[in-house]
Structures are given as C-alpha cells and as structure tokens.
Design a protein around this ligand. Structure first.
Ligand code: PLP
Length: 355
C-alpha cells in the first residue's frame, strides 16, 4: 500500500519507530524542553517575526482554523475570505457560525486569484483577511505577494492557513506580513493526525487576542500562551505526536528546510512532466508543490481511484462535491521518492489506456 494522499501521508521510518515506544509523563522539564526546542524550529521554518507565540493544539487543522478566528476576531470585525474551494469555504462557514461579519471572494474551479480581484475591497472597512496559502482542494497556490500587498495597504490582519503548504512551498511570515499561521501534523510534517500549531505575531497577540473573549475554554489562546512560555499546554497534549515532531523538525533542520522544499518541488515537476499528456489534464493556475490535481474530462475519476487501489495498492486523494467525478489529486508530501513518482506516472498512463 502506498499513500499519495494529503494527510495522512507516508511516514518516515524514525517516526514509525517512535510510535512503538512508551509515552513519558509530560509535566516534566524534559518534555518542556521538547516543546521549547520544537517551537524554536517552527518559528525559524515559518520565518516568524521576533516575539511570535507558538501554540500547540491537540486537534485537527479545522479546529485550529476555528480557534484562530474566534481568538482574533469578533462581531466588531469585518473579514474578507478567499473562498476558492473546500478549505476557503470552511473559513466562511466558521465566520457565519460565530456571527463574525465577512464577505467572500468566490473563485469557481479553474479560476486563478489575481490582484485585480481584490481591488473592489479596498477602503471598505475590512479588518482581516483569511486565506489558505494552498487551497488543497484545488491545488491552487495563491499569490501571497498580492494578498500581502492588499493587507498592508488596507492595514488588515492576515490569517494564513499553511496546512497544505508548510514544508512544500515557501513560508515567510515576515515577508508576507502574516499575523496568524496555521499548521497541522498530518500534512508536510508527515506525522500522525491530532496536533495543530498556531503561530501568532506579537502585533495580533497584543492587540487582538488579549482583548477578545473567545467564548471557548478549551481553545483560549491566552491560556495557551501563558503555558507555552514554559514549554507546556493547558491540557494533555498529543504527547506522542509532539515527541515525533521534534525528531522530524530536527531531521528537516539537518537537511535544510529550503532543500526539503526544493526536493518536493523537483518531484512534483518531474511527475507533471512525465504524466501530462492527453487524456490527463492539470489546471493552468499556479500549483502548490504539495499536490497535482488530475482532471478527468470523461468523468471517470472515481473509477480510476478504485482501479489504482485494487490493482496497485495505491491511494490517490479523491475530491468531494462537484469535482468528485472529475478530479483526483496526487500528493507529493511525506516519505515518497522521485522513483515512486515516476512509477505512479507510468501506472496512471497505463490505467488510462495510453502508451
Ligand atoms: C488538510 C487541511 C486542513 C485541515 O483539515 P483537518 O481534516 O481538519 O485536519 C485545513 N486547511 C487546509 C488547507 C488543508 O489542506
């Protein structure tokens, strides 16, 4: 069995070995040390500004998105949501659920976000923008320079869900003026699900998080920040995932985060070059290095999905909703090699009935 899915992904042998070890008790200096070291590496990999808070939540990525929204904004805010697929739409649903005023920039499938599309929202009273750097449901990697520019000239807080892009595409909180960065364990970090990370700039923490009552005890960021200072969390963390994350971050640091990103880019590019001839099509907008969406115009995506599992033990990532019959996504995250990708490209060409 081989996973080309987008979480969980193929894990590394050292991660699997750690999973077989007994877990330690966590209210100790030794565990605090693990958390503090990991937080420093995460800050560095995200190019976080000085004074940033790193909070560890025991929850999937969606909970981290929701926690970020309710800790940073309330009914006195007005948010702009980039809704270009399932995950962008989820931000809109979170705002609606919590009665936080918002408007959405809706992108139909196949449409690239451009700087021009943001112009109508200039000087319109917005206080924050919510975006998924990589909208994982479509593979689109947004133009973060354009978004950063919009946020700067309108003085907005920028919340960036990097769950689908961290360690696959460049992440630079300083360059893009990102105030909240959201990461989750089961994507680029190639760990078990259950741990999410929220990095907060000093500016949003001091001006918004401290002032807003999140109305949610489990995800009160003020409580997390106090605990994070000493390498702890208010409640029991996903101890095993935290320990595995420290090992993974150290391994990435040894190779260099830039090299890891380049390796993923190289695999994605080689895969696309080998595969993409008719009848297989990919979208024309800028793609994340994390994924290649395959468009099956014939509407046989579900059939292909099943055939790959039954004949080859290979799992691609199906799409839901309107794209279920047309799109399958190939993930490039985790413990996969260039060779794995070349073999998959050949299998796909074979399954699709072409040379
Ligand atoms: C995977 C993913 C999420 C998180 O989904 P969960 O299932 O809640 O972990 C959120 N945003 C993006 C962009 C993702 O790729």
């Amino acid at each position: 069995m081989k996973l080309f899915t987008l979480g969980p992904v193929e894990m590394y042998p050292d991660t699997l070995k750690l999973a077989g070890r007994p877990l330690p008790y966590f209210r100790t200096d030794a565990f605090s040390e693990v958390v503090l070291e990991s937080s420093d590496l995460l800050r560095r990999f995200a190019t976080a500004p000085a004074g940033s808070e790193v909070l560890l939540l025991t929850a999937s990525g969606t909970a981290a998105m929701e926690a970020a929204v309710v800790n940073c904004f309330d009914e006195n805010d007005k948010l702009l949501v980039i809704d270009g697929g399932t995950f962008g739409h989820r931000f809109a649903e979170i705002c609606a659920y919590h009665h936080i005023p918002f408007e959405s920039v809706v992108l139909p499938f196949g449409t690239a976000l451009t700087a021009d599309m943001l112009l109508p929202y200039d000087d319109a009273g917005f206080t924050g923008l919510l975006v998924n750097i990589h909208e994982t449901s479509t593979g689109q990697l947004y133009d973060m320079d354009a978004i950063a520019d919009f946020c700067k000239r309108n003085d907005l807080y920028l919340v960036a869900d990097a769950i689908g892009s961290f360690l696959a595409d460049e992440t630079d909180m300083i360059r893009h003026g990102i105030d909240v960065l959201i990461v989750s364990s089961q994507k680029g970090l190639a760990l078990a699900p259950g741990l999410s990370i929220v990095v907060l700039s000093e500016r949003i923490f001091e001006r918004k998080v401290r002032a807003i009552r999140a109305n949610c005890m489990y995800f009160d960021f003020n409580d997390y920040a106090v605990n994070a200072k000493r390498g702890q969390t208010p409640f029991t963390p996903a101890v095993g995932v935290v320990i595995a994350m420290r090992e993974r971050l150290a391994a990435i640091d040894e190779i260099g985060v830039d090299v890891c990103i380049r390796n993923t880019a190289r695999m994605a590019t080689a895969f696309r070059e080998r595969l993409c001839r008719p009848p297989i099509k990919i979208p024309s907008y800028k793609l994340s290095n994390a994924v290649t969406p395959l468009i099956f115009e014939a509407g046989n995506a579900k059939e292909m999905y099943r055939a790959l599992i039954e004949r080859h033990g290979i799992y691609l990532n199906p799409n839901g909703g309107q794209l279920a019959d047309k799109v399958l996504r190939v993930g490039h995250l985790g413990n996969l090699t260039l060779q794995d990708h070349m073999e998959l490209a050949d299998i796909l060409r074979d399954v699709c009935g072409h040379d």
